[in-house]
Design a protein around this ligand. Structure first.
Ligand code: CAA
Length: 258
């Protein structure tokens, strides 16, 4: 499918979506968000794909929601169209693992979209921030909630109240990103990581993602119970038999996604 603001490609079992609106530093306009949703629908439906990488340019993952598009909104128009929730959260409903490969600016909605992914791999030039306060609004795509869960109240509160940006090293120390790599290596590392995930048993990878995500939605006791039941469910798969047999026989497993 031809898109205007994104590029979509597949490399083996990995789907790559590149935000591609360079003149606006990948500002997330409504059309881009709609295209991103369509691309994720396509990659979810593609049985050959086991993991998705979402990335931007070297200068900007995304500099936020499109300020020019949003400037004229009223409360009633924002409310009636359910602005932000509508469409954006498609990333969070993706069942396949999604890695955000972030270089350059990930600000406002850009930081929020990165945090909607399953984890963030950052280039050493990445900068994260929630500068909405400077525009007379607050984050509207989960920034006050996901950033707080990722880095704790002190840093999240300071960043949301002041608009201060974190560089990649601080983001790694704070637990916002899983790893920082040199800018030149970002896509190779992201694709290598995605390939590793895509090589695993598909159902087990999905179950694993579901179980980790449960940690953010429930109590510890309920989360442990959810994990245990999902762990038990793994034993109903052929891939559990294959994975353990391969270990015993000292060979690589050949998962069949069943
Ligand atoms: N929306 C619309 N256009 C944007 C944009 C945005 N969020 N960010 C950058 N652009 C546009 C600029 O207007 C500019 O376009 P023109 O050439 O037509 O003027 C172009 O991208 C390049 O930007 P700059 O000239 O500003 O580039 P820079 O290198 O000097 O600065 C920057 C880079 C610091 C990221 C700066 O562009 C900036 O501060 N951008 C806005 C960041 C921001 O406030 N994001 C939050 C948006 S609100 C939000 O996201 C709400 C939410 O929670 C969902």
């Amino acid at each position: 499918m031809a898109y205007e603001h994104i590029l979509v490609e597949t490399r083996g079992k990995v789907g790559i979506v590149t935000l591609n609106r360079p003149k606006a530093l990948n500002a997330l306009c409504a059309q881009l968000i709609e295209e991103l949703g369509q691309a994720l629908d396509g990659l979810e439906a593609d049985e050959t794909i086991g993991c998705i990488v979402l990335t931007g340019s070297e200068k900007a993952f995304a500099a936020g929601a499109d300020i020019k598009e949003m400037a004229g909104k009223s409360f009633i128009s924002a409310y009636l169209e359910d602005f932000i929730t509508n469409g954006w959260e498609r990333i969070t409903t993706c069942r396949k693992p999604v890695i955000a490969a972030v270089a350059g600016y990930a600000l406002g909605g850009g930081c929020e979209v990165a945090m909607m992914c399953d984890f963030i791999l950052a280039a050493d030039n990445a900068r994260f921030g929630q500068p909405e306060i400077n525009l007379g609004v607050i984050p509207g795509a989960g920034g006050t909630q996901r950033l707080t869960r990722a880095v704790g109240k002190a840093k999240a509160m300071e960043m949301c109240l002041t608009g201060r940006q974190m560089d990649a090293a601080e983001a790694e120390r704070a637990g916002l990103v899983s790893r920082v790599v040199p800018l030149a290596d970002l896509m190779d590392e992201a694709i290598k990581t995605a390939e590793r995930i895509a090589e695993q048993s598909r159902p087990i990878a999905l179950i694993c993602k579901e179980s980790v995500n449960a940690a953010f939605e429930t109590t510890l006791a309920m989360g442990i119970m959810t994990e245990r039941r999902l762990f038990h469910a793994c034993f109903a798969t052929d891939d559990q038999k294959e994975g353990m047999a391969a270990f015993v026989e000292k060979r690589q497993p050949n998962f069949k996604n069943s």
